[in-house]
Design a protein. Structure first.
Lengths: 269, 615
């Protein structure tokens, strides 16, 4: 091995770094270790290069599920592939977090109503296929006022396939005892956009506005465009409505916070 | 002492070169989970743990690439100038403007901040490709000095006490970003708050006064940092962005450290050309994993914490470093997302640890190993003068970990060499640095009990698979702690999350560990830190001061995956300036954004019709 003094080594390393970056096309021969800029759009890490790498959704098994209306669908191809999706986990006999999860999903459904026109699919997956029948799911949806368009309460054929589904989206416990305990099931809402291959999980107990905002930001297609005063094409309609609601809430004169704000602004020099 | 043989030969067990562990070993340590699960669901190939689900590391010959030293972020002139009319919040040139503290008429702006001219810098975030492993190009993001020189790690910031700096950051990627200067004392607008975004095509002027907070009216020089780092901190995308290359070093010196350098207690930080000093080597450890096509392996639905199986230092997998026969300062940074590492020298020589996170210790301490949790820095002095020419030794990680939950424990049999050190040169220089165990470095000014005005308790939880603090998820429009500017508080941090470890990081100032599970902390932990290890079932009591800057700051678990899944809380430092009477009222559920438009970084009213769109 060549023996460089450290000074020589550093000087050569720094000298190498200050050269202009290599052109964006990848050369046929190996390039020296280092970082170089690319400007090609397909260099975005979020868009997989369609080679050996799976889209995140490809890890989801394409098992048959039945929804609350008795319709049979394939989980991945019918409910996930090529669209935006939000998934929560429930079972109808749950006395824990499921009522809150479903309630929050319903409020998120309201906030994202325009997204459903674009094909957003909300899914509540039953973790209890042995006991949850299609009728149970229909009744559950009715009780929670969740009979809404674009929202399917589904159950898979058996426990094995249910477990495969939830593990495929990261809803599992490292501790196997905890993993088998249905009362400790995942309270994470998983959502994403299969077209951009961008996914996110948030606790279902978060405020619905927070979930909706994270959904809009995570699943958007293309860069965020800064808005003009008239809210141009860069902002989804759902986001504009969401903001209008939040602004109205905060500008409510009955709200103490609003009063404080106005007072503070007038005292600012 | 005989030199070690190269660790890739002579092993009885066949290994992939990048790891110290076979896949069979990995599955066995995955243990009970695999066996139980495989028995109940025989048709399914279930992942036992994160380690066994990682794609195989590509084969390469380790220790053939030299350790890169990141270049410096040089100064330049910025047009338009920071803070001028054309660079204000909402302008076309710098949409996010600059922190209000930049202006001399702001109540926090002290005349001491203007003794030296502002150093201006320009940096871009760019799409890039990087070679972690020789010959394999991985698409990533990179910080780019002047927009021309992308690197991973990014260009090193060079900060000096009393010299304010402005870094104009332009985002040319299509993801939201927010630059966090970790370990620095910065205004809220410049601190890298998760929702202080800089979107595609936008610029933000980050203002770093590089001023010490004040203690009894005088500058508290004990709070001046040494080794900081910077990285992305965007809400919900921090882990993704850091995994894809957005981090770098930031080195700070003041009169105390310069005095130590002039007395040869520490080596020069800069060489004659203004680049990194020859004997002061920053080393950022980052474990990663690559897909078969070379893209960085990334699972957005991994809420536990991503560990990797390719161990890089300064962006290169298992490099070598030639060292002369004298003493060196190594600045260790753990830039892992979730992996805890514990470093030792392969010949068993002790480290002389001189700092914990950003702050030089009151006295140098000799330690046998150094445990680095994600986000932590530790500087050490290693003296090679007594080793003969041709000695080969390794910086090794002896902490075994196969999932994002917590490490399994120190296991010498599973050690992985990170950096190969080759001693070169015939002449030895003993006493190249006049430092040993007990040498005084930076005096510590402890926070005392009588300064404490409030106590808060924060408990880390896990609720049905989701991460919480005090049973709440992070919400950028909610203030979880309103803190009076200029006071000190006692915080009790408890980890009750069912077996996970969490490195807890608090922005804006250092904190002082009073008790670690009821006992006084060891020497290296007894002064200042900014990332504290909350191991399973641990309780830590800290004292902390909140000085100089008002506004929202965050504190959170620094396991980046947990952080993204809202294991974070927001504090707002509020106070009344006694001279001007200007009050920064508390946030109260989103009203904050309307309170001080330039402070929050997102323009209001005339400029942005939907101010809360992306919070």
């Amino acid at each position: 091995m060549e023996r460089l003094t450290l000074r020589q080594f550093i000087e050569s390393a720094l000298g190498g770094r200050s050269k202009a970056p290599a052109p964006a096309t990848s050369p046929a021969r190996p390039t020296p270790t280092g970082t170089r800029r690319v400007t090609a759009k397909n260099a975005s890490p979020f868009v997989n290069r369609g080679m050996a790498v799976q889209r995140r959704s490809e890890r989801i098994p394409d098992v048959w599920v039945t929804n609350q209306r008795g319709e049979r669908k394939r989980f991945r191809s019918d409910l996930v592939e090529g669209r935006k999706m939000m998934l929560g986990f429930i079972y109808t006999r749950c006395e824990g977090i499921c009522p809150l999860t479903t309630h929050n999903m319903r409020r998120v459904h309201e906030l994202l109503e325009d997204e459903f026109d674009a094909g957003l699919q909300m899914i509540s997956l039953s973790l209890d296929p042995k006991r949850d029948s299609v009728k149970d799911l229909a009744e559950y949806a009715r009780q929670h006022r969740a009979e809404l368009p674009g929202w399917d309460f589904v159950v898979a054929a058996n426990e094995e396939e249910t477990t495969a589904l939830r593990r495929a989206v990261g809803a599992y416990e490292i501790d196997p005892v905890l993993d088998q305990d249905i009362t400790q099931h995942s309270g994470v809402l998983i959502f994403g956009n299969d077209r951009t291959d961008r996914w996110m999980g948030l606790g279902a107990g978060s405020e619905p506005e927070i979930i909706a905002k994270s959904f809009i930001r995570t699943t958007r297609e293309g860069a965020i465009a800064r808005l003009s005063r008239d809210s141009g094409p860069g902002v989804p309609l759902a986001a504009q409505k969401l903001n209008a609601r939040m602004r109205a809430k905060h500008e409510d004169p009955a709200c103490d916070a609003g009063a404080l704000v106005r007072q503070a602004v007038t005292t600012k020099p | 002492m005989k030199p070690n043989s190269d660790l890739t030969t002579g092993n009885a067990i066949t290994t992939t070169p990048a790891t110290g562990m076979t896949r069979r070993q990995a599955i066995i340590t995955g243990g009970v989970g695999t066996i139980l699960a495989a028995g109940i669901f025989p048709n399914l190939k279930l992942r036992a743990n994160e380690w066994s689900s990682l794609p195989d590391a590509p084969r390469f010959t380790p220790f053939t690439q030299p350790l890169p030293i990141p270049g410096r972020l040089g100064q330049c002139s910025l047009t338009p100038e920071p803070g001028c009319e054309d660079a204000r919040c909402g302008s076309a040139a710098v949409y996010h403007g600059i922190a209000p503290e930049f202006y001399t008429n702001h109540p926090a702006h002290h005349p001491d901040w203007d003794r030296m001219p502002t150093a201006c810098h320009y940096m871009e975030i760019q799409h890039a490709v990087h070679q972690f492993v020789p010959g394999i190009e991985s698409p990533c993001f990179a910080y780019s000095a002047n927009g021309t020189t992308p690197s991973f790690p990014g260009p090193t910031f060079r900060m000096r006490h009393g010299q304010p700096a402005v870094i104009r950051l332009k985002n040319t990627i299509d993801l939201e970003t927010s630059l966090h200067h970790h370990g620095a004392h910065s205004p809220s607008h410049s601190d890298g708050h998760p929702v202080h975004y800089t979107f595609h095509g936008e610029c933000r002027d980050y203002y770093y006064p590089n001023a010490a907070p004040r203690h009894h009216g005088e500058q508290d020089l004990s709070e001046n940092p040494s080794t900081m780092w910077y990285h992305d901190h965007g809400n919900d995308v921090t882990a993704h962005n850091v995994a894809h290359g957005l981090c770098g070093f930031s080195l700070f010196t003041d009169s105390i450290e310069e005095d130590l350098i002039s007395r040869k207690v520490l080596p020069e930080v800069d060489d004659a050309f203004g680049n990194q000093g020859a004997y002061d080597i920053p080393m950022a450890f980052h474990d990663t994993a690559l897909n078969p096509d070379g893209t960085i392996y990334w699972d957005p639905l991994n809420l536990d914490g991503r560990i990797g199986n390719i161990f890089t230092t300064n962006g290169v997998a298992q490099p070598y470093l030639n060292v002369e026969r004298r003493a060196y300062r190594f600045r260790f940074l753990c830039a892992n997302l979730a992996r805890v590492i514990e470093l030792r020298l392969s010949n068993g020589q002790a480290w002389l640890q001189i700092s914990n996170d950003s702050w030089l210790l009151p006295k140098a301490v000799s330690v046998s190993t150094i445990r680095l949790i994600p986000g932590k820095r530790a500087d050490v002095i290693v003296d090679f003068s007594r080793m003969p020419e041709g000695t080969v030794l390794y910086i090794e990680n002896i902490m075994d970990q196969d999932n994002g939950r917590k490490p399994n424990g120190v296991d010498l049999k599973k050690r992985v060499p990170f950096v190969k050190l080759c001693v070169v040169g015939k002449t030895a220089t003993s006493n190249s640095l006049k430092i040993g165990a007990g040498t005084p470095l930076r005096p510590h000014v402890p926070i005392t009990q009588d300064e404490i005005v409030a106590t808060r308790v924060f408990e880390l939880n896990r609720s049905n698979g989701a991460w919480q603090i005090n049973k709440e998820f992070y919400n950028a429009t909610r203030c979880d702690a309103q803190i009076q500017l200029g006071t000190a508080e006692r915080w009790i941090l408890r980890n009750n999350s069912g077996g996970w470890w969490h490195p807890l990081h608090i922005h804006v100032e250092s904190h002082q560990i009073q008790k670690f599970n009821g006992r006084a902390p060891k020497a290296v932990w007894a002064a200042k830190t900014d990332v504290s290890p909350l191991e399973d079932g641990t309780e830590i009591e800290i004292f902390m001061k909140f000085r100089t800057f008002c506004g929202p700051f965050v504190f959170h678990c620094h396991n980046n995956n947990h952080e993204d899944h809202r294991m974070m809380k927001q504090m707002e430092i509020c106070g009344t300036d006694p001279v001007t009477g200007l009050t920064n009222p508390p946030m109260l559920n989103g009203s904050y954004y309307a309170v001080d438009p330039e402070c929050c970084g997102i323009p209001q009213a005339d400029i942005d019709a939907n101010p809360q769109l992306f919070s």
